[in-house]
Design a protein around this ligand. Structure first.
Ligand SMILES: *Cc1c(COP(=O)(O)O)cnc(C)c1O
Length: 442
């Protein structure tokens, strides 16, 4: 069968008529990046360089790279070299853009590479970024340890309260950066409200100086929330977590407007943090097609665990967007919706144990996690999240240890707080293991 016949045959399928969870299994019915005709699953593309046929084709490939305006959207790309682009990453990027409701996606070697890339194209020396004060530890480290060397100022603010934001924005502000739910305490930020404030300011600015909102959606995954739909300009991900889903791949992605795709591709080409083909293939083949199934299961389990913890006499508080007692319950209901519009409060829980004082609460948390590390079957002491296995960790000593002990509280992080990333085990089994561990604290 000629390629042409195949194209006309499959092109009659309108994939927009199908649900997102189905679409994540099949991808677009026809993609120009898909240059294999009869595979159900695309092969892992393991070539670093591509045969170019003629000098003219080579020259054409270089002329078209990162010049999307000059290339017809449905044209099969001229692949040159892995770091510029190759089929596995291109197909994954199409699916990531689709599921996050963006116009384009560019993948990177890790979540941190994606965060550095999006801020790398938005801010230059002399510019300012305003960031929510509660963030993943390495993002804080990037902002505090490296950006001063680039003369980029990061001003922290509590974005759960947007009242005073306008006063903090200066002519030099180029980006607002946030995670929602935030790592580790699950602060929720009202993106639609933030959008309104930024629009008002942007109205008075020329195109080059507009402020962009960048939201790290790693905790929620696109199944639970699509920040671009809510008003963000860019969504970033650590694909390492819930999107990859099995704890076997590292990756990152930036999703946003088409006009930024060329800059991001150039940035990736020159700074070099390119996603490994094999990881791209794995996320495309296992991660995204199983995302909805895994997230539904993890949400159900997280809700049960959160309710159990909340009812336990040794627990001081539980932060989980699905609990009515959660400070941001109403806002979470507005923002966190699955593909069908159901409330989708995610798979992350943050809680603390009661104690005589803060130090005692922290000590009890330490005992609980150490007991679990040695004795629990269904819970593992480990960083990361969105895994098949349930993981527990202590942010103040692990993922957020970059924050000095006396600065934790002003960043909204309880020094005694315990973070749970729910996996795919049976909920009652996980609760059984937590119950057993809590008994040793009494
Ligand atoms: C893990 C994580 C990152 C960093 O991702 P890597 O893939 O480990 O580089 C960024 N943001 C959040 C919220 C994370 O949890």
């Amino acid at each position: 069968m000629s390629r042409k016949t195949k194209k006309t045959e499959t092109k009659s399928i309108d994939d927009s008529k199908y649900k997102i969870e189905t679409r994540l299994i099949y991808g677009k019915a026809v993609s120009p990046s898909w240059d294999y005709s009869h595979h159900l699953t695309p092969p892992i593309s393991s070539t670093t360089t591509f045969r170019l046929d003629s000098v003219e084709r080579g020259a054409q490939g270089f002329a078209e790279f990162a010049h999307s305006g000059k290339v017809k959207p449905d044209k099969t790309p001229i692949y040159i070299y892995d770091r510029l682009g190759e089929p596995n990453k291109d197909i994954l990027e199409e699916n990531l853009a689709y599921v996050e409701k963006g116009e384009m996606a560019v993948t990177f070697t890790s979540g941190m590479a994606a965060i550095s890339a999006v801020l790398g194209i938005l801010a230059k020396s002399g510019d300012e970024i305003i960031s929510h004060h509660t963030l993943y530890g390495c993002t804080i480290s990037l902002f505090n340890n490296w950006y001063p060397k680039f003369n980029i100022e990061v001003n922290y603010s509590d974005l759960t309260n947007l009242k005073n934001l306008e006063e903090k924005i200066s002519d030099k502000t180029k980006a607002i950066y946030l995670e929602t739910p935030a790592n580790p305490n699950l602060d929720i930020i009202d993106i639609p409200q933030l959008r309104k404030i930024i629009d008002k300011i942007n109205d008075k600015r020329d195109e080059k100086n507009k402020i962009n909102i960048v939201a790290d959606n790693t905790f929620a995954t696109p199944f639970c929330q699509r920040p671009i739909e809510l008003g963000a300009d860019f969504t970033v991900h650590s694909l390492t977590k819930g999107i990859s889903g099995f704890g076997t791949e590292m990756g990152g992605a930036v999703i946003g407007k088409k006009k930024y795709s060329d800059l991001l591709l150039l940035y990736r080409k020159d700074f070099g943090a390119v996603l490994n083909n094999r990881s791209a293939w794995t996320i495309l083949t296992y991660g995204l097609p199983s995302l909805a199934l895994r997230q539904k299961r993890q949400i159900d389990t997280a809700q049960k665990i959160a309710e159990f913890l909340e009812s336990h006499k040794l627990i001081k508080y539980v932060n989980y967007p699905g609990l009515q007692s959660f400070k941001y319950y109403k806002l979470s209901q507005k923002l966190m919706r699955d593909f069908d519009g159901n409330f989708a409060p995610g798979s992350m829980i943050f809680f603390a144990l009661k104690g005589k004082d803060a130090a005692d609460s922290r000590e009890k948390g330490r005992q609980l996690m150490n007991y679990i590390a040695k004795n629990a079957y269904t819970i593992t002491l480990a960083v990361s999240l969105g895994n098949t296995r349930t993981l527990i960790e202590h942010p103040a000593s692990m993922t957020h240890s970059v924050v000095p002990a006396d600065k934790l509280e002003e960043r909204g992080i309880d020094p005694g707080g315990v973070r749970v990333a729910v996996g795919l085990e049976n909920a009652d089994d996980i609760i059984k293991d937590i119950k057993k561990a809590l008994k040793t604290i009494e």
